[in-house]
Ligand binder design. Sequence first.
Ligand code: MEV
Length: 353
Amino acid sequence: MDSNTNTFKRRRIVTIAPGKVILFGEHFVVYGYPSLIASIDKFFNVKVNFSPPTVDEITIESNLGFKATIQNSVLTFPLGQEDTYHEIIKKLYSVIKYLMTHIGIDMRSKSSMFIHLDSEIPLGGGLGSSSAFCVALTAALYHSIDNKANKDKICSESINAEKILNRDTSGADCSICTFGGLGRFDRLNGFKKISADFSDYRLLIIDSGVAHDTFSMIERVSEIKNNRPNDFKNLCNKYSNIYDQVLSCLEHREIGNIGELLNRNHELLANLSLSNPILDKIINICNSEGSLGSKITGAGGGGSVVSLLHKDDVLVIKNILKRLDLLNLKYFFAKIGSKGLRTACNDKPSKQI
Ligand code: MEV
């Protein structure tokens, strides 16, 4: 925590962080292996407004339709609001409280803080909604006290905040939501951008419609590691081998060959009990119709599938979408984004920080 506590200096802050897709290495990254991750063109928008002194009150409101007010650490929900939202709000509030304490913000200045969340990233879909929230809120709170924290500082503080939701987070998700683009991440070396041209390819993201909980999926893998250490080591070795081949494909601009490696990475995740019948069904639809390769993206157990397609395989794409439509599944084509965290203060136009 900073040695001095601070009062708010800004009246209005807007921060935007992208969602992410893990192309290779979810879960293995928790155990120190490298991952390949990318930001996508879906964003989490945090708007923070401070009003003149009234009482020390925080209001949280989201485009998902929930709202809560916090006065003297007591949460109040509007009558009739769904209970499922209450759990989400409690988690959001624990992150807000953590960040205010650690960034050194003094709420006793009797300002009211209004936090509006506007997210295009599906909740529980494995696409980084909680990390994008942590990153965007961390940046907003630093800016609220005029602290010119750089992206490295914002990233490391948001990883600490995310640990409240997910104790064992590797930091991959907050890193990509902060820095954006395509890159590799491992726990020792952090995030490093990689340049690769995906312009002939399309990444289809399909929501299984089953929300997942990253924390329990990490626990599931940890149990396997403890109960079947040899099997786990074997899967890690296989993953290392896949990852080396991915880097070689990127280096030699053989993006299409990554498809088969996605399938092999998925097999390892399935061996870690992270797939389920609907995820398997989606992957089977994509691959049997001619996708280059598909896998779970994110923690698994639900969430989303990522499938790699060549942009000219129009019939393949059409047939896949037709079959996904028959199952009423939601999907979108993600562009690998170049933009990481952005912020704007006091109604000035958005600028890169
Ligand atoms: C979740 O998006 C990715 C995991 O590897 C967890 C983490 O790296 O923090 C499952």
